[in-house]
Design a protein around this ligand. Structure first.
Ligand SMILES: C[S@@+](CC[C@H](N)C(=O)[O-])C[C@H]1O[C@@H](n2cnc3c(N)ncnc32)[C@H](O)[C@@H]1O
Length: 278
């Protein structure tokens, strides 16, 4: 089985065809949340214009189809995980219920539901709901003996006590199941030529650094079946993990390849399993 490979195509099919059972140490999955469908065009919003309220074809589903899709990809994730492997799934309130129920039905165990408090969340523009400031990351394990590098996670906390130990104070105490960090902005945010955000849900590298530190070791294989702009692959590469990425949208795929090349120009990435032209 190949690693440090980036597939262009459908993750359910590619996991089924190209990834052997019981081979993956860590999966980070950031699937479509089924949050789209409501127009809200924030013309002057620099973090993504109309993208802020996500309104993407790939993120719009009927409830029954979304349920079946979620079942299919979680089943494949369970199949390819090692017996002690971890699956982290990013969710919002839109799909947390489906992910928890389907993951448990697939035989996975929930270790934590991390809450990511977004420190720069948009205000409640309609003023008809509370402001939405959080996303969730469900940490499933396939069985006992999972990896959790407690001491290494503690060291990620930038706050220190007077004697130099990681502090339990501050906004970003990463050993907690509540983490605070902004939505990607500034130099880290990939942009189109006209300045718009390239990907509406680009995840912070810091979030992936936390997950990869906690639940894998150097040399382990990290899989991202919904790679988008390539955040997981870039961080896995920086952290000396082997990785496999899958993304079905050729625009996001090409942007992620460019991002990986800017990290390591010599990296050879061919379009694997390319369905975009068929
Ligand atoms: C929430 S985004 C992931 C964003 C990513 N974590 C990042 O940091 O850029 C979900 C991605 O899944 C892709 N996608 C949707 N359905 C897919 C499928 N069946 N197979 C592979 N990719 C898919 C979408 O094109 C989108 O880029």
């Amino acid at each position: 089985m190949k690693h440090n490979t980036f597939y262009l195509g459908d993750c359910i099919e590619i996991m089924h065809t190209c990834i052997d059972a019981g081979t993956i140490d860590l999966i980070y999955a950031d699937p479509p949340y089924n949050a789209s469908g409501k127009e809200l065009n924030l013309v002057n919003n620099k973090t993504g214009g109309p993208f802020y309220k996500i309104n993407e074809e790939w993120d719009t589903w009927e409830p029954e189809t979304y349920w079946e899709f979620t079942k299919a990809w979680i089943k494949q994730c369970k199949r390819v995980l090692k017996p002690h492997g971890s699956l982290y799934v990013s969710c919002t309130y839109h799909n947390l219920g489906e992910v928890l129920i389907i993951g448990k039905e697939a035989g996975l165990r929930v270790n934590n539901v991390l809450v990511w408090r977004k420190t720069n969340a948009m205000p409640s523009i309609t003023r008809r709901t509370y402001k939405h400031t959080v996303e969730f990351v469900v940490w499933f394990v396939a069985g006992n003996g999972w990896t959790f590098n407690y001491e290494a996670v503690k060291q990620l906390n930038p706050y220190r006590t007077k004697d130099g130990n990681p502090s339990q104070m501050g906004d970003f105490v990463e050993i907690d199941d509540v983490i605070s960090m902004p939505v990607v902005q500034g130099k880290e945010r990939l942009r189109r030529s006209e300045g718009r955000a390239l990907h509406p849900t680009q995840k912070p590298e810091k979030l992936l650094r936390l997950i990869i530190t906690a639940s894998s070791n150097p040399g382990d294989i990290v899989l991202d079946p919904f790679a988008g702009s390539g955040t997981t692959l870039v961080v896995a590469q920086q952290m000396q993990r082997r990785w496999i990425g899958i993304e079905k949208n050729p625009i996001y795929y090409d942007a992620a390849v460019k991002r990986l090349h800017s990290l390591q120009p010599s990296m050879i990435l061919e379009r694997q399993y390319d369905y975009s032209t068929s």
